[in-house]
Design a protein around this ligand. Structure first.
Ligand code: 5BU
Length: 265
């Protein structure tokens, strides 16, 4: 089946090239799983990627938490991820003014050169999206911005009014790939999906087969419920990388996510 048939309205209403690329990758891999690859060494990251790459659609990184990071080792890691047909998503949570965000796409980590997606807060105003898009444009690449409309952590300050403003502003901006929603609360997610409509994608952290409270204020909801409530990608970290058998866990998250998407159609 074609990606356009599987994704239906989402495909029709979202023409951002990177959004369509994601929808196609998800169909090829039969997975709506983005791995939060929160390992602190290059060896750990490479081992994880080798184990679970086939079951993922995307790989989420925090490039600044790796102890032995180097330009060369990172380039090799990203090349491997690409060869496994994965989108690379740097969860940088940019929040500065437009021109500084553009510059932060370069620098030592040179995020614009390898990331297909990045996260941003809209707290500084909508020019941040133009700044980040300009960053990719500076090196002739395409990318997509995921705006934080909700967060999964308890006590966060993203109030319903703030969420509404993010959705309203982000929905009409071409550079916006979609929104981060709270995967731990399917009811809140349903409301978010209604506000967002059928176009932009919603990606959700705070997902684990073992639902409930996580470490340091993290909260978890079930993967299939998140997708049925309107999530288009489940971001799973410890549920995979802390599991005794990461490959087996990644495979089951992939199967659950794919089945939930087919059921939702
Ligand atoms: P976990 O191990 O599945 O809890 O990892 C979750 C990942 O998602 C981690 O890398 C966080 O930085 C990221 N995250 C989150 O947990 N909650 C949020 O609201 C956002 C990102 Br935005």
């Amino acid at each position: 089946m074609q990606a356009s048939e599987i994704w239906g309205e989402r495909w029709i209403n979202n023409a951002l090239p990177m959004a369509r690329t994601y929808m196609e990758v998800a169909c090829r891999k039969q997975s709506l799983v983005c791995l939060a690859a929160d390992r602190k060494t290059m060896a750990g990251l490479n081992e994880l990627l080798d184990q679970v790459g086939p079951y993922l659609a995307a790989l989420k990184t925090h490039v600044d938490l790796i102890d032995d990071w180097s330009v060369e080792s990172w380039e090799a890691f990203c090349t491997k991820a690409k060869s496994m047909d994965l989108l690379i998503f740097e969860d940088r949570k940019f929040a500065d003014i437009g021109k500084i965000s553009r510059d932060q796409m370069s620098g030592v980590y040179n995020i614009r050169q390898w990331a297909d997606l990045v996260t941003a807060h809209l707290i500084s105003g909508q020019d941040i999206v133009d700044g980040l898009q300009a960053g990719w444009n500076d090196v002739g690449r395409n990318g997509g911005v995921l705006l934080l409309a909700q967060m999964s952590s308890r006590g966060n300050l993203l109030s319903p009014d703030y969420t509404d403003t993010v959705v309203k502003t982000g929905s009409i901006h071409d550079g916006v790939f979609g929104f981060i929603g709270n995967g731990s609360k399917p009811d809140d997610l349903k409301i978010l999906r209604e506000k967002v409509g059928q176009g932009k994608l919603i990606w959700t952290p705070g997902v684990n087969i073992a639902i409930g409270d996580g470490e340091m204020g993290q909260r978890y909801g079930a993967p299939d419920e998140a997708i049925r409530a309107g999530s288009d990608c489940i971001i799973v970290g410890s549920g995979i990388h802390k599991s005794e058998d990461p490959a087996k866990s990644a495979k089951s998250y992939a199967e659950i996510s794919w089945k939930a998407l087919l059921d939702r159609r």
